[in-house]
Ligand binder design. Structure first.
Ligand code: VG1
Ligand code: CO
Length: 562
């Protein structure tokens, strides 16, 4: 039986309104533990009675002093987005928030949500996304909480949320009519104001303040330069269309797959060479455009391509860092560069040249927040097609595309020429990630446990001609707040600087996903034109040998190679 609690409130028109908050009894669900980026489960799991409600109430119960404050809510538009947003709005009203800013149609890309939280000095935000995971009734859904600085909640908060999910016995909700998410403007929900906002406007203004839109626009309009942006039927469509084709005047059709669909057109909205097939076919075909880019389900990832040329995310971070001062927003220089541990060290070489710090954090954008807030880093990147800066507190796909366009508009050279010149200058870091998706969880844990115990014993051994310098399980102490995160991935490091890193994904929803990261630096420009997999072949063999991937996973080959 739900109990009732009468709440006397004053609505936006200054009139007293009686809202009846329901307190609904509930019992905990197992496994509501946020992973690398929030809680991700199948839609069918989220759609169970009380499942989302328990998690949302656990978020609110882990926060304090938010009465009357502003919350930002939006998502990547995937299946279940609108239903979940209605629930969250009705729970935010019942829990005492004063105002919610929600993107029209329930849409906010992850970086745009971060932008809106910061610009409107919101208390925090709830982002609904499972990012690059497929969407639809049988696919994935996700939710995460972002703090007032705009970034993903740190582990201290996500741990508290998880703890709360294990004891929760009731949640608060306001039974009221559904909010109209499609009409921009203010409505009231009990005593709370719901403002449906243009999801693109604040973000577009921020982009225009960082980059030379005159120079980029001139390049996009002059006909000699052609670009293609693949929004993969995901959230970036409206952003890319408004900014690239609207504000910058790129020809209509520059953005493909630009309408967000609840199931992403049945695709896998992950911008890599495997899943962004429409774009890849064009960029590696005859008469390829000069510049190609794609972003993921929630708009925080990016893939950068030139004509017949793929830029690895690790190289993209390094090249953008080396060229950052060409962009007005970064003309004063960078304070530091941060990368996740498995990301290649190409960016570290740029940081060393610039005389600025290079930071190495665990996987997941939440670890960059303190460095950005403290002014210790300006650019950040992850090997998983994530790049960003201190302009927001999330990685930002379209931002990376605009930064590349700004660099291209200044240098007027092909993407391939810019990257190969960068290699000639700094050496080339050959890099690849091999994913073994949806393998047996117990087998994956066993593989990692074996590496943790046996890996350190490999020090001094010579494998495939590479001498093992050390092997450890990466642990991180945040240099700003001192918080410690352990077990962030096993690093097998060689005396020549090569590395093989093993870790398990924290975003999957089925079984376990083993990620193997391979990296080797090649200083000699005469050896910079090798095939990546061939250049890394000895390290691939070492990974197989020390982890017995085939034996333990039962897989002959990776599911995805990026
Ligand atoms: C993956 C990536 C990680 C990224 C995370 C969230 O995590 O490896 O670099 O930060 O996804 O990105 P994992 O734990 O599966 O390796 V997104 O675009 O899914 O929000
Ligand atoms: Co994403």
């Amino acid at each position: 039986m739900a109990s009732l609690c009468l709440l006397c409130t004053v609505d936006a028109w200054g009139e007293a309104a009686m809202a009846v908050v329901q307190i609904i009894p509930t019992t905990p669900f197992d496994g509501q533990k946020p992973g690398t980026s929030g809680l991700r489960k199948k839609v069918k799991v989220f759609a169970q009675p009380h499942y989302l409600e328990n998690f949302v109430q656990s978020i609110f119960d882990s926060l304090s002093d938010f009465a009357g404050q502003t919350l930002v809510v939006g998502g990547d538009g995937r299946y279940h987005n609108r239903v979940a947003i209605q629930t969250i709005l009705h729970m935010a009203a019942a829990n005492g928030f004063g105002r919610v800013l929600v993107g029209q149609g329930g849409i906010l890309s992850t970086p745009a949500a971060s932008c809106v939280i910061r610009k409107h000095q919101a208390y925090g935000g709830i982002i609904l996304s499972a990012s690059h995971n497929p969407g639809g009734p049988d696919e994935d859904f996700g939710i995460k909480y972002n703090i007032g600085a705009g970034g993903p909640a740190p582990e201290s908060i996500t741990d508290a949320i998880y703890l709360r999910t294990q004891t929760i016995d009731s949640y608060k909700i306001l039974p009221a009519e559904a909010v109209d998410l499609d009409v921009i403007g203010s409505q009231t929900l009990g005593g709370m104001v719901v403002e449906v906002i243009d999801p693109v406007a604040d973000y577009a203004d921020l982009m225009a303040s960082l980059f030379d839109f005159d120079a980029i626009g001139a390049m996009l309009r002059d006909g000699a330069f052609r670009m293609r942006f693949d929004a993969m039927h995901a959230v970036t469509g409206p952003y890319a269309t408004r900014i690239l084709e609207g504000m910058l005047g790129a020809p209509a059709g520059t953005v493909i797959n630009g309408t967000p669909l609840e199931d992403f057109g049945g695709g896998h909205p992950d911008p890599n060479l495997v899943y962004a097939h429409d774009l890849v076919a064009e960029m590696f075909g005859a008469n390829a455009p000069d510049f190609g880019a794609a972003s993921d389900g929630d708009g925080d990832r990016n893939m950068i391509l030139g004509g017949n040329f793929f830029v690895t995310p690790s190289d993209s971070l390094a090249v953008l860092a080396a060229n950052a001062t060409l962009c007005p927003g970064y003309a004063a220089g960078l304070k530091g560069i941060a990368r996740s541990m498995p990301t290649s060290r190409a960016a570290d070489l740029v940081a060393a040249r610039l005389g600025i710090p290079a930071w190495e954090t665990p996987t997941g954008w939440k670890f960059f927040g303190t460095l950005l807030d403290a002014g210790k880093a300006t650019l950040c990147g992850e090997e998983s097609f994530g790049t960003g800066s201190d302009h927001v507190r999330e990685k930002d796909g379209l931002w990376a595309v605009l930064m590349w366009l700004n660099v291209l508009a200044c240098r007027r050279e092909p993407v391939s020429a810019i990257v190969t010149a960068h290699w000639a200058d700094y050496g080339r870091t050959y890099y690849s990630r091999h994913d073994y998706e949806a393998i047996d969880s117990a087998a994956a844990e066993c593989l990692m446990a074996h590496l943790r115990s046996e890996g350190p014993k490999l020090a001094g051994q010579v494998l495939e001609g590479f001498t093992v310098a050390a092997c450890d399980d990466f642990a991180y102490t945040d240099p700003v707040d001192g918080s410690v995160s352990t077990k962030q991935g096993v690093r097998l490091m060689f005396t020549d600087g090569s590395r093989v890193v093993f870790r398990l994904s924290g975003t999957g929803t089925a079984g376990a996903t083993l990620r193997v990261y391979l990296e080797r630096h090649e200083p000699n420009p005469a050896l910079h034109q090798q095939d990546t997999q061939q250049a890394l072949a000895p390290l691939i063999a070492i990974a197989q040998q020390v982890a017995d991937i085939r034996g333990r996973s039962g897989r002959d080959a990776p599911t995805v190679i990026t």
